[in-house]
Design a protein around this ligand. Sequence first.
Ligand code: RTP
Ligand code: MG
Length: 140
Amino acid sequence: MAVTRTFSIIKPDATRRNLTGAVTKMLEDAGLRVVASKRIQMTREQAEGFYAVHKERPFFGELVDFMISGPVVVQVLEGEDAVKRNRDVMGATNPADADEGTIRKTYAESIEANSVHGSDSEENAKIEIDFFFNEDEIVG
Ligand code: RTP
Ligand code: MG
């Protein structure tokens, strides 16, 4: 299995509760390496652009409001089959449906305030990494 990259966000509900380290530990324990990381306050324009695929969804406005409600930590993660490995440790979107031992089961507050984002394909991972990072900020 090839070493690949994925993109992760530790969302405002998690940074607010001081869970950046705890979430990152679960990512690392799952075999992922943090090769880039920065804490940012997303602008409305950034959040709308990042979630543009969800523009027509009924939860879009609330999602954007939530994502700019506090700081987030954007990260590039590297590991074998990184996209799937990350999705597996994140757990289901709705924490009520997430498996035991996943980040969302452990920490998420709701389907919206669900602590983490992770790219859903290698193609989207590349797009999402480029949205927030320059190549010289990523050190493998
Ligand atoms: P993500 O993109 O954040 O990794 O999560 P995901 O693939 O599991 O979920 P997705 O369907 O892509 O939705 C993106 C984010 O929108 C919020 N959401 N709210 N209120 C709702 O019904 C609802 N559904 C989704 C969540 O924050 C979800 O992570
Ligand atoms: Mg998604």
